[in-house]
Write a protein that binds this ligand. Structure first.
Ligand SMILES: Nc1ncnc2c1ncn2[C@@H]1O[C@H](COP(=O)(O)OP(=O)(O)OP(=O)(O)O)[C@@H](O)[C@H]1O
Length: 799
């Protein structure tokens, strides 16, 4: 076997704080189970007891005994995961451990008797109950773990419920209030019953007792409990049994009980008469709030009991009504959560001084669906059972978390299940709660048992603060049928009582049940009066409804108009901003194009640019040179003529030409010829220069042409942009047109509303004036729409 780690499940180092979330009590480490609080409040951790039931013969035969549960001492128990359990498999994979250690307020092994269990667990709560405090006991555990055995027991071995009842009757002794005319009402109040109602109570009670008179005595008053009932009592030395526990001698006590079950999140009364036909469904009862935050079961049947035998019969009657769903695990297993509640009324004369409540809750088994092979309706049952247990667990965890961390107080889901809703007040300090965890030692249910143990470990850390004087807040109030108090400051309000007793026109459900007893005329009268009341009520409702509708219509219209105004304003603003943006963009483009064109022109001109002065000077030079060339050419032709004429003259007229004259002529010709050549060359150069300048001029004009083309292109792009702008303006106009349509729609709505208002039979004048004012006020800004249109057209024209 692989080595195992032992886990301590209970948070021993946890510092519990008070449970009453509204009361600010100082945080203190709780070393003992119970400590005194300032102001006399009592603080203690929730008592959680463990009861381990013995194996049955069948279980031993099925090899269920694998030593899973080892009781170390009267407060500590160790659970060892058996072969095949999910816990063992997980621990072998390294997840978790196969050994779990738990501690409880007290552990009761299989050898412990019912009587010992009662003495060590519930007896103190019974004392509380008899002294006017509330008490709640849960029996919790997997199915077939012994919860019902612990609560109800067997005729031979009565459980804690018969023992609490037995103790209560011993306490009451000869001070039983036999009147039966003071009955519990809502959660903490009492109701005064008139003689007819008392008669009905008695007949209902008799009907129940009659139906079980031949049944065996489940409390064993003649057996198990009988030995306790007859002297010596179970509280021989207890002040409870003496009836002298500091109570005033004139006080009397009345005990009323209710027995109900929660099945699939519906509350059913187990003390209702048996149903005639099986097909007829039982009525589910609502869980309501009494206005002071206390939940109660509406129309639950409370039966007055005066002996232990009567209590036993009631329990039998209720048990008969319970339907046990067969599951594979336990053929007689109940799929319900059954609650037996006792209310003890302390009566002084005709005044109810206090009411205390003791509830014993047998929680349904919490087995998993696959284990129990549950299907269909059974699966739904299991889901609801597990859900209410889950919510109970969540509430307990949240309570504990809130106590440990007051800053981050989390939501406690009391209202998410009927069970927790009903007992919220007890958890919140208006009573003491304790839990008896029942487990069997079967290997096959080990995983579920472990889950139960973990849950109870959390419950044990919850601390309850019980106020020193819980009765002050729970002081019962005696009321009539309408719920109006009949007793004020301890004195009966005789007027209220008289009107209550004479008031016979209202019928509650119990009256309805006995309507057949009334004469026909009375019935007709009652029906007539009820019809009149109904009509008046309907008329009142109709008027109220119309007023509400009108108010809502006005409010809606106002809202509609406001939102319309807002929308128009937003559109206007958007339009303006778009136009501004467009104009800015257009200007930007224009500047950019101009800049671009200028840059292009400058780039093209830069290389070919010749300043004008230079150009003119150059032209002058060219002109001068041309003139010189012309002169020289004319000179050259003149010289040629001279040259040809000179030899002719020399040869014909002079027989002896001088040599000096000939030489001088040659030099001059040569010089002139040279000059002529130079001039010709210069002319050619200048010609070339002129040609190049002309070429430059042509290039320049071409560049200018290009720039002009570019400019024209940009201009056309600008035109496109302009067109887009115009389109946008057009779409804005369309939007405005849509707005106008909406205006018309609003107008038609207003007209419709006005028509409706005219049709309405009740129209207070002041309100009609108000509506007209509102409409006018709302309409007035609408009249400015032409102004806006004017602005819009002027803008459009501008743009
Ligand atoms: N302490 C005990 N001593 C002897 N027998 C016991 C003890 N506890 C339980 N049993 C027996 O075990 C069986 C199952 O017990 P019980 O019906 O109370 O279980 P349960 O938890 O109420 O089951 P369910 O939730 O299904 O109603 C019964 O036969 C009962 O008599």
């Amino acid at each position: 076997m692989s080595p195992v780690n032992l886990t301590e499940e209970e948070g021993v180092d946890m510092q519990p704080v008070d449970m009453d979330l509204t009361c600010i009590a100082p945080r203190a480490s709780i070393s003992s189970q119970q400590t005194a609080q300032p102001g006399g409040a009592e603080q203690q951790t929730m008592r959680v007891y463990l009861r381990v039931r013995p194996f049955s013969k069948e279980e031993l035969a099925d090899d269920e005994d694998q030593g899973c549960v080892v009781i170390e001492n009267n407060q500590t128990v160790t659970l060892k995961a058996p072969k095949g359990s999910a816990t063992l498999k997980s621990s072998e994979k390294g997840i978790g451990t196969s050994l779990h250690k738990f501690s409880f307020s007290q552990i009761f092994g299989e050898e412990m008797t019912q009587s010992e269990l009662f003495e060590d667990t519930v007896k103190s709560q019974t004392s509380d109950f008899l002294e006017g405090k509330n008490a709640l006991i849960f029996s919790y555990g997997v199915t077939n773990a012994g919860k019902t055995y612990t609560i109800q027991g067997t005729p031979k071995e009565p459980g804690i419920l018969p023992r609490v009842l037995d103790a209560t009757f011993h306490y009451i002794g000869g001070r039983l209030y036999e009147g039966m005319d003071l009955k519990p009402y809502l959660r903490n109040d009492a109701q005064y019953l008139d003689p007819d109602q008392v008669k009905q109570e008695r007949s209902a009670q008799a009907a129940i007792f009659a139906s079980v008179k031949d049944e065996c005595d489940s409390f064993g008053t003649s057996g198990g409990l009988g030995s306790l009932s007859s002297p010596p009592s179970p509280f021989p030395s207890s002040p409870l049994s003496t009836g002298q526990s500091g109570e005033a001698g004139s006080d009397q006590f009345a005990l009323w009980v209710a027995f109900y079950e929660i099945y699939n999140e519906c509350v059913y009364d187990l003390l209702q008469p048996h149903l005639c036909s099986k097909s007829k469904r039982r009525a589910a009862h609502r869980v309501c709030d009494d206005g002071a935050g206390n939940a109660y079961v509406k129309d639950l049947r409370w039966i007055n009991i005066q002996t232990l035998g009567e209590a036993s019969k009631l329990l039998q009657f209720g048990n008969k009504n319970r339907s046990a769903a067969a599951t594979k695990m336990n053929q007689s297993s109940s799929r319900r959560q059954t609650i037996f509640t006792m209310k003890l009324l302390k009566i002084d004369g005709t005044t109810v001084e206090r009411i205390s409540e003791f509830s014993l809750c047998d929680l349904a088994g919490s087995e998993r669906c696959n284990k129990t092979k549950t299907f269909g309706e059974r699966l739904k049952e299991a889901g609801n059972i597990n859900n209410s247990l889950l919510i109970l667990g969540k509430c307990i965890s949240a309570l504990r978390n809130n106590q440990t961390d007051r800053v981050k107080s989390s939501y406690i889901p009391f209202r998410e299940s009927k069970l927790t809703k009903l007992f919220q007040t007890v958890f919140c300090g208006k009573g003491r709660a304790s839990m008896i965890v029942n487990i069997n030692q079967c290997a096959s249910t080990y995983d579920e048992t472990l889950h139960v143990m973990k849950f109870s470990a959390v419950a044990k850390q919850v601390v309850q603060v019980i106020p020193a004087k819980p009765l002050e807040s729970l002081a019962p109030c005696l009321v009539d049928r309408d719920g109006k108090p009949l007793v004020r400051n301890g004195v009966i309000d005789s007027q209220a009582l008289e009107s209550y007793l004479s008031d016979d026109e209202l019928l509650d459900e119990e009256d309805e049940a006995n309507m057949s007893l009334l004469p026909q005329n009375d019935l007709v009268n009652i029906i007539e009066s009820l019809r009149t009341k109904l009509l008046a009520e309907r008329r009142r409702n109709l008027v109220q409804e119309m007023e509400i509708r009108k108010e809502m219509g006005d409010a809606m219209l106002q809202q509609l108009m406001e939102s319309e105004e807002l929308r128009i304003r937003q559109i206007e603003e958007q339009k303006e901003s778009y136009q501004e943006k467009l104009e800015n963009t257009f200007e930007m483009y224009k500047d950019a194009i101009k800049e671009h064109a200028y840059q292009c022109a400058m780039n093209n001109l830069e290389d070919d640019y010749v300043p004008l002065d230079e150009f003119i000077a150059e032209q002058d030079k060219v002109e001068a040179l041309k003139r010189k060339v012309t002169e020289l050419e004319s000179l050259k032709s003149g010289i040629g003529r001279d040259v040809c004429a000179v030899p002719t003259v020399d040869q014909s007229s002079q027989t002896q030409p001088s040599e000096a004259t000939e030489a001088a002529g040659d030099d001059r010709v040569k010089r002139l010829y040279k000059e002529k050549c130079a001039m010709e060359k210069m002319c050619e150069d200048k010609q070339l220069l002129i040609l190049s300048l002309e070429k430059r001029l042509i290039d320049l004009s071409q560049t200018l042409e290009k720039v002009r083309d570019g400019f024209l292109e940009k201009s056309s792009a600008l035109e496109v942009l302009q067109k887009k702008c115009d389109d946008q303006a057009q779409s804005m106009d369309d939007l405005m047109q849509q707005n106008a349509d909406k205006d018309q729609e609003v107008e038609s709505l207003k007209k419709e509303l006005a028509k409706l208002s005219q049709k309405s039979p009740v129209q207070p004048k002041t309100k009609r004036g108000l509506l007209a004012n509102i409409r006018e006020a709302v309409n007035s800004p609408r009249s400015s729409s032409p102004g806006r249109k004017l602005r819009k057209t002027s803008k459009a024209a501008h743009s």
